[in-house]
Design a protein around this ligand. Structure first.
Ligand code: PBG
Length: 345
């Protein structure tokens, strides 16, 4: 392409406008664009979610998330190695619990030798300097697929659930987890978990609160990945937030900070950038976004159909989180984005 990338219009052409300010001047070449660039994405911004499963030397595709697999513990360690080599600071672990181990109480969540705990131990043993984050919620462990304890009449019981979540967090901290990330949206769980961790000598374990988490249709592929989709009876609207609300997100975040959250998260990602910006501006906290499974699935589906340039759409979407105020992003694109950033740098 030999066409000039920029023309000022200030030549002798009869059509020339007499403009003092021309915004295009700062865009005239790559060096000039780099010079005025306001936001950058680096590998420091990435948290990579992994799905753990039983077995040995096994990688099983998740149909609705092309490129994402359920990994046996040894393969989780291999992906942890990939994360470390790519300079990704932190991974997040989610278990696909054997359906035979699921019950109404989610008891397996409290088993110190459950899949997540075994994975944490295996990863931390080989890669002690890699951050490991664990989700706290009961949905991968309950036969009904809810994040909390379900009463006969269908109510998810708040305070009873919080007591279990605090124990789940302790079990994960004992396994060596660095960051506890409660995703359940029960009231008061951050404070209860902070107290439990501190009382047990885990004062250094951080809490990243899924503070503003919406009842979203974009979690569908994740529920396939952890096997809770078929199980789920009803929906999560009595605990996750109404997508119509914005002020309410600030109240949720405020409470989680008051209860001791070290970092806060907004979830989902792209459809909620307005919430992310408000949260960052209001609280100036370390603030994260979760580019969830459905967002990943949408981009991958379009890219795999040749409907958009997948690499460019991936990088643009991640940069958008930075621009909206995120300090980091949980994304299934983490390894591919890190590879792209490495070849560019
Ligand atoms: C569990 C949990 C969910 C996600 C993260 N933690 C699903 C849900 O709330 O139903 C979704 C992540 C994703 O869609 O990528 N509470």
């Amino acid at each position: 392409d030999t066409a000039p990338s920029f023309t000022s219009g200030t030549d002798a052409s009869p059509a020339a406008l007499h403009l003092t300010t021309r915004m295009r001047r700062n865009r005239k070449s790559e060096w000039a664009r780099r010079l005025v660039r306001e936001n950058v994405l680096t590998t420091d911004d990435l948290i990579w979610p992994l799905f753990a499963a039983d077995g040995d030397n096994r990688r099983e595709a998740v149909a609705s998330m092309p490129g994402v697999e359920r990994l046996s513990v040894d393969q989780c360690v291999r992906d942890a190695e990939r994360a470390a080599k790519l300079d990704i600071p932190c991974i997040a672990l989610f278990p696909y619990t054997d359906p035979a181990l699921r019950d109404p109480q989610g008891s397996e969540a409290l088993n110190a030798d459950n899949l997540v705990c075994r994975t944490v131990r295996a990863v931390k043993k080989e890669f002690p300097d890699l951050g490991v984050l664990c989700d706290v919620a009961l949905d991968p462990f309950t036969s009904h697929g809810h994040d909390g304890l379900l009463r006969d009449d269908g109510v998810i019981m708040n305070d009873e659930t919080v007591a279990v979540l605090a124990r789940q967090a302790l079990v994960q901290a004992e396994a060596g987890c660095d960051v506890i990330a409660p995703s359940d949206m029960m009231d008061g769980r951050i404070g209860a978990i902070r107290d439990a961790l501190d009382a047990a000598g885990f004062g250094d374990v951080q809490i990243m609160a899924y503070a503003a988490k919406y009842a979203s249709a974009f979690y569908g592929p994740f529920r396939d990945a952890v096997g809770s989709a078929k199980a789920l009876t009803g929906d999560k609207r009595t605990y996750q937030m109404d997508p119509a609300n914005s002020d309410e997100a600030l109240r949720e975040v405020e409470l989680d900070i008051a209860e001791g959250a070290d970092m806060v998260m907004v979830k989902p990602g792209l459809p909620y950038l307005d919430i992310l910006r408000r949260v960052k501006d209001t609280f100036a906290m370390p603030t994260f976004a979760y580019q969830v499974s459905g967002e990943y699935a949408m981009l991958m589906a379009a890219a795999n159909n040749g409907w958009l340039d997948g690499e460019r759409a991936m990088m643009e979407s991640l940069l958008a989180f930075k621009r909206a105020g995120a300090d980091g992003v949980l994304t299934y694109f983490a390894p591919r984005a890190a590879e792209k950033l490495r070849t560019r740098g």
